[in-house]
Design a protein around this ligand. Structure first.
Ligand SMILES: Nc1ncnc2c1ncn2[C@@H]1O[C@H](COP(=O)(O)OP(=O)(O)OP(=O)(O)O)[C@@H](O)[C@H]1O
Ligand SMILES: [Mg+2]
Length: 386
């Protein structure tokens, strides 16, 4: 689901003070002056941006910059002072109680930093808790809980209790619990900051591959720029309730918006961070396996392509080159499909050096389910690493 945030502000304070603050903002007073004159905290100040469907969107910023306030507006744990949040065409701020309850039950869930597991309940009963509260029958909720535990790699652990689990395992239980209602949007507020570095890295990688399977919109908060660049399709950097810059890791490196951003990304090692997915070309041409040679040839011709990828049910199958198509006499393409090894979209860009050396076409990029997600050429790689 896409999320459109329009002119969102969140001001903490008493009602009259909040009113006064809004008036001063509208009069164009500087934030410094407003701070002097009012007893409020402007946690979000006129923020607008969009999150695309199935995007892994990261919000990063120092402590107090407004990250949690923002993410908590998305499920209305915070009631924004003004602005709109449009989720698939509907402004969720206008939802009445019942619609809001349905939205929270079915569309959106949240993973918290400190797991929040119930210690007297077994793991599987922790996971099914949400459905239990909703009155879902025992058999159904147990089935779903076991499925969710399997997704996060904890099958057979359901009978344990929270105190028997490591931090990383508890975090996975937290994710299973959020996934059980099959939400369209998953909110994660600093889910890994309580974990030690090694487990944290494993969890990051797991989330990236889990993402391929659940194919949901994920909003992920962190205060660590390395983590932000590692995880995010796009990243929003926040400071003092505003977004300083928003874009792909690549865009941050190419065009840092100002000195603050430069400073923020200065100790990020680009080659260790940039992944194929943030550089690849997502707008690609594909053909199905059943196409005839002549149709394939005219398609490449009219689109001015020297090669194209073949897919079946969106899964990558192989590549056709114009050269081979031109040479062949048969009207079948089966024998012309070259099975070039695909690249995994979460691989680091630098791992492509050897694969692209001396290779003139683009490489296909897939997710962990084998679905074709994009393509990447030598030029694109070199430009990104330059
Ligand atoms: N319920 C609240 N009442 C009053 N002020 C609040 C409340 N929640 C947050 N704030 C203030 O809003 C500002 C932004 O807080 P927020 O929790 O969104 O920051 P954050 O970026 O998530 O920080 P952290 O990285 O420490 O979690 C802070 O100044 C904070 O003190
Ligand atoms: Mg926070």
């Amino acid at each position: 689901m896409s999320i459109e945030i329009k002119n969102l502000s969140m001001i903490f304070g008493s009602k009259p003070e909040v009113e006064k603050t809004l008036n001063l903002i509208d009069q164009g007073l500087s934030l410094e002056d407003i701070k002097q004159e009012t007893k409020t905290t402007i946690a979000l100040n006129d923020v607008s941006f969009e999150i695309e469907d199935t995007e892994l969107f990261v919000i990063v910023g120092l402590s107090g910059s407004g990250k949690s306030t923002l993410i908590r507006c998305l499920n209305r744990l915070n009631e924004p002072t003004r602005g709109e949040i449009v989720v698939n065409g509907e402004d969720i701020i206008k939802y009445d109680k019942k619609t809001l309850r349905d939205y929270r039950r079915n569309k959106i869930s949240m993973v918290f930093q400190h797991f929040g597991l119930l210690s007297h309940r077994s793991i599987v009963r922790n996971v099914e808790y949400g459905l239990e509260v909703q009155g879902v029958d025992k058999k159904t909720r147990r089935e779903k809980a076991l499925q969710a535990l399997e997704v996060v790699g904890l099958s057979n652990q359901g009978d344990k209790y929270p105190h028997e689990m490591s931090g990383g395992m508890k975090q996975r239980v937290g994710i299973a619990r959020a996934l059980i209602s099959e939400p369209e949007i998953l909110l994660m507020d600093e889910p890994y900051s309580a974990l030690d570095p090694l487990i944290r890295r494993d969890m990051q990688n797991e989330l990236l591959s889990l993402e391929d399977y659940i194919n949901r919109t994920i909003v992920f908060i962190t205060h660590d720029m390395n983590e932000a660049f590692k995880m995010g399709d796009r990243i929003a950097l926040m400071k003092d309730g505003k977004i300083v810059q928003i874009g792909t890791p690549q865009e941050f490196f190419q065009n840092p918006a100002n000195d603050y951003v430069k400073d923020f990304i200065s100790d990020v090692d680009k080659t260790q961070i940039i992944k194929v997915r943030s550089v690849m070309n997502k707008k690609i041409h594909t053909l199905s396996k059943d196409i005839s040679r002549s149709d394939a040839f005219s398609y490449l011709d009219s689109n001015n392509l020297d090669h194209i990828f073949i897919t079946e049910d969106k899964k990558y199958v192989g590549m056709l080159t114009r050269e081979d198509l031109a040479k062949s006499r048969s009207n079948e393409i089966d024998n012309l499909i070259v099975k070039v090894d695909a690249v995994y979209r979460n691989d680091y860009l630098k791992s492509l050096w050897t694969k692209l050396e001396g290779y003139d076409y683009s490489l296909p990029v897939v997710d962990s389910k084998g679905l074709l997600r994009g393509q990447i050429s030598k030029d694109e790689m070199i430009k990104a690493l330059a």
